[in-house]
Write a protein that binds this ligand. Structure first.
Ligand code: HC0
Ligand code: SF4
Length: 570
């Protein structure tokens, strides 16, 4: 252990602990801007500088280890002065028009400038111009980048993609797409992790809220919204609601307030996905030509983009079942349109997703099977949904709870856990067990696959066979798993991959909390919602059963194939 004092408080921490972490453990909050624990400890912003008695220079506390006997001052006049100048210099290269910034009110730079009492910009602002492709689902404003390197590190170290890098020298140093490429040319998975780790408004999703408002304002159209599983665990964060206030019922009520004609649940088609994917998996296992290669889930478009770009030979092992989002669009513009007696052309299907890659998934040419253009017309992130509610001055906490509409609004507990890493696998196993044996297992029989570790594996017995399964989240972990598979180091029958660490709960379109990693907590909430649901199995969803009886026939039927499956060729 190392003993020292920080602001006159005695501290004792394990050797190697940074001054910043030692201070935080003692309740002394040293401000920081670029710091991300274990990911970005480079002292680039110099906001976390501290004074060590007996030394001349101030040191960044995030990457300076506490040493025996040190006497540290985190708020001496020298420190305060240096911190302020450092932030003023950052502001001199930052487009600080906060009132028109997507992160206004939720920006680490704005917060630290306010905290330090910076009331005017001392230096003329020299920010580079923006020249980004506006149509791409990921949008970057160079004039707001503060070169903290967080996007570079998360993309590199967690996702293993290396999309971002430092460009230029001296005062012209900036962060941009690596190797002078354009974003549309690189294999960006669109996981959006760079956005949720950006401390300012330099990265965001393409804003599609204006298009959504246009659709809502058109009296000729029937607007149908679906809400993804993980959105319910996070949307209330943007309003500062507690977990009770941020209920699914209030979210449904809020969406009706802004004009949606029908408010539905992606959980409905998550259950449908399980019926199709579970049947596909069992058919594959029974196939005499089955070569032992695992079936991969395909509901995460970030993962599908990654697989197509990096492991094209694996694409034939992706489940052909479309993602729940896309199944929803196809069913909404066929079965549901028929039910309410309108033509599919009149229906506009809008999704609220914790995800950027879904914006691109809905635009794929292979996702137009209901005969009226795109099956899903528009995808909004959770953040965009909350921005729409705020711009309509909806106060969700004042609303009474309302149910989803029927029939595409019923989901099982198995469906809601799709939003947490391992959830798709667990939901599939619950129903595959029923399909293989004719009786339900304990709904928690497959809980071993839960957890926050980036790569988990388990073995289960299914109708007498042993099944080897794995769940990974984060593309760096996915890459490691695939390499191990290809080298014969591991063998699995079924693999779930989610591009974002922690799954969709930690998706790149979720509300941003500076310095927090909330995927685990949000995922825990989804498991609680599952446990409280009277229906725990996808095959017991009564509305899904009715859809098969009235329209699809049975899983993998010809109509099911046409509407609900894809070969991932686009
Ligand atoms: Fe997900 Fe999904 S679980 S990918 O993260 O499968 O976005 O929440 O909507 O489609 O259901 C996202 C979340 C979904 C889909 C579902 C799957
Ligand atoms: Fe999107 Fe979820 Fe995949 Fe992240 S894990 S890319 S949020 S589908």
């Amino acid at each position: 252990m190392v003993n020292a004092t920080i602001d006159r408080i005695p501290v004792s921490v394990p050797e190697g602990t940074s001054i910043l972490e030692a201070a935080r453990a003692a309740g002394v909050m040293i401000p920081s801007l670029c710091y991300l624990k274990e990911l970005n400890e480079i002292g680039a912003c110099r906001v976390c500088v501290v004074e060590i008695e007996g030394t001349q220079t101030l040191v960044p506390s995030c990457n300076s280890p506490l040493q025996e006997g040190m006497v540290i001052h985190t708020n001496s006049p020298r420190v305060r002065e240096a911190r302020k100048i450092n932030v003023e210099l950052i502001l001199s290269q930052h487009d600080g028009r906060c009132s028109s910034c997507v992160r206004g009110g939720n920006c680490a730079l704005q917060a630290i400038a306010n905290d330090l009492g910076i009331l005017e910009n001392l230096y003329p602002v020299q920010a580079p111009p923006n020249d980004w492709t506006r149509s791409f689902p990921l949008y970057r404003e160079a004039s707001k980048c503060i070169k903290c390197m967080r996007c570079v590190q998360v993309c590199d170290k967690v996702q293993g993609l290396g999309i971002w890098d430092v460009e230029g020298t001296g005062s012209r140093t900036t962060v941009d797409v690596s190797r002078n490429r354009r974003i549309a040319e690189v294999d960006c998975a669109l996981c959006g992790q760079c956005i949720t780790h950006c401390p300012v408004g330099a990265l965001r999703e393409r804003d599609d809220t204006a298009r959504a408002f246009e659709m809502l304002a058109d009296p000729e159209l029937v607007t149908v919204v679906q809400v993804a599983p993980a959105v319910r665990a996070a949307w209330g964060e943007a309003f500062g609601l507690n977990r009770e206030q941020a209920s699914t019922g209030r979210m449904a009520a809020a969406l009706r307030r802004i004009g949606f004609d029908y408010v539905f649940d992606t959980n409905f088609t998550a259950d449908l996905t399980i019926m199709e994917e579970g049947s596909e998996f069992l058919a594959r296992q029974k196939n005499l030509n089955y070569d032992g290669r695992p079936l991969f889930t395909s509901c995460c478009p970030g993962w599908v983009r990654f697989a197509k770009a990096h492991y094209p030979a694996l694409v034939s092992d992706l489940s052909t079942a479309k993602s729940p989002q896309q199944m929803f669009g196809a069913v909404a513009k066929s079965y549901f349109a028929e039910k309410i007696g309108v033509t599919p052309e009149k229906v506009r299907c809008i999704s609220v997703m914790p995800c950027l890659a879904k914006k691109q998934e809905c635009a794929l040419p292979t996702m137009q099977d209901a005969g009226a253009g795109q099956d899903v017309d528009l995808v909004l992130t959770t953040r965009e949904m909350t921005r729409m509610l705020k711009s309509e001055h909806v106060r969700p906490e004042l609303l009474d709870e309302e149910p989803f509409d029927s029939p595409l609004g019923t989901g099982s507990g198995a469906a809601v856990i799709f939003g947490a890493t391992g959830g798709v696998m667990e939901a599939a196993l619950r129903s595959a067990c029923f399909l293989a044996t004719g009786s339900n297992p304990d709904p928690d029989a497959f809980a071993e696959i839960r957890g926050e570790k980036g790569w988990r594996e388990a073995q289960f017995s299914l109708g007498g066979d042993t099944l080897r399964v794995a769940a990974v989240s984060g593309l760096g972990n996915a890459d490691r798993l695939i390499r191990a598979l290809l080298h014969g180091e591991v063998q699995y029958d079924f693999v779930e991959v989610m591009a974002c660490p922690g799954g969709c709960a930690g998706g790149g379109g979720q509300p941003i909390c500076e310095g927090c990693e909330l995927a685990g907590e949000r995922g825990g909430l989804l498991y609680q919602i599952d446990a409280a649901n009277p229906i725990r199995f996808s095959h017991e969803n009564p509305e899904v059963q009715r859809l098969y009886q009235e329209y699809l026939g049975h899983p993998l039927s010809e109509r099911a194939h046409h509407l609900l499956h894809t070969d991932h060729t686009a």
